[in-house]
Design a protein around this ligand. Sequence first.
Ligand code: ADP
Ligand code: MG
Ligand code: MG
Length: 477
Amino acid sequence: MSACGIPEEVLRDEDLIKRLEEVAKDAALMRGVLMRTKDRPNSPEVVSYAPFSLFPSPVPRTLFHQALEVQTHFNRLVDRISQNPVFLEEALASTIKVDDFTAKLFEVYRAVRQEPQTLPVVLGLNRSDYMLDQSAGGKASLKQIEINTIAASFGGLSSRTPDVHRHVLRVANRVKESQQILDNNPAAGLARGLAKAWELYGSERAVVMFLVEDVQRNIYDQRYVENELWVRDIPVIRRQFEDVWRGGSLDHDKRLFVDGQEVAIVYFRNGYMPQNYKSEKSWEARLMIERSRAVKCPDISTHLAGTKKVQQELARPGVLERFFPDEPETVAQIRATFAGLYTLDMGEDGDRTVAMALSNPDQYVLKPQREGGGNNIYGEEICRVLESMKNSTERTAYILMDKVQPRPGHNYLLRPDAPLRLCTCLSELGVFGAYVRKGAEMVMNECVGHLLRTKSSEHADGGVAAGVAVLDNPLLV
Ligand code: ADP
Ligand code: MG
Ligand code: MG
């Protein structure tokens, strides 16, 4: 870190750090980098700061810009995948035979496809995540970890963290670095996408419905997006699957009504993992939403386009070309961000993947079709899991990926109820994309901001919501 970020002598100055810790926490509270508490996740009476790093972390400028520049291509890629049933059927065929959750989603997808299309408006809000690989030595390279096409979070809170780091750095007498912290406002861009889609839906009374979890610790992150809509006089309601099941219906034009209000957009901040569907009622509600005329963010096909299995299929030779037949530059730009991804389908290719993983487990990550952090398998555990299923179709629920190996840095992670200590850290850069398509025409396609998350290198996996990573800001070097 010392060569290109906050100097090591600052990090080791105990008195300063103690002072900055208090300054930083107060700044986070005052700037609205907030989360509800673990003990009272639904109470607005007790709040705390969302976990964040004391200092920004260095990110090479060229790689940062590379990530921003490829984002509109990823937007178009996801959108094109979502419109390609032949590809989705092929790509997910083996997965849905063994993975119940993906199979359930696919059932919804097939059911909706049998019905006539309702409204040709598509809204995509996604976040493509990267780590900067240093495994080859020399220069780092940008490698995509995954793309989140449903419920991608922290666009709200990351709009507020730049001011916190600016303040901390000023107090630390690091004025130059303070001036280098980038502005960032994904919440505004995400809201612009929602507003555009709402306009195209074309009914002033219709609401935007945030589909939310029952535990709402991260509500403030969502409120930043929500409030941008209220400012535009676009009404927002918040509902859970159960509420939609109970109070939702479709009229003869398949307009979605929930508790008497017409819904223009369903913005999913829930529904990305099996536990989110507490009973069949949740699945029935999801199906009702998907069948409706409301704009779905994402619709079921875009949700499926974000699965890890699709990510692995895209890395096969020739597949990106299918989506961009006349754009070799686009293909090259996207492909440059791919780490090695390997199929575990039954057959020779899959067998080769198993052998490769078993002989060198520390080089890989074994990934199931899950979201939300904490699901991946690393190191010796890969051998144990693969040994137990290597000759069974069970293995096709997973993909194998090269382990991206970023250069660690040093930072302090601030987290309520955890003592402060200097950590060896790894960072993950996320880039937010927003697009709106009406029929064949893209009416919006933008990169709307970024997110840097940093975690202690002793954790292999897990995001901010999972309690492992913290919010951070890039310091371009
Ligand atoms: P999720 O959808 O659960 O967030 P991810 O693919 O993002 O799944 O994996 C979760 C975390 O695991 C990431 O945030 C990252 O820290 C780590 N991880 C995932 N893939 C890799 C990889 N190929 N190399 C190194 N770390 C990885
Ligand atoms: Mg994910
Ligand atoms: Mg992730």
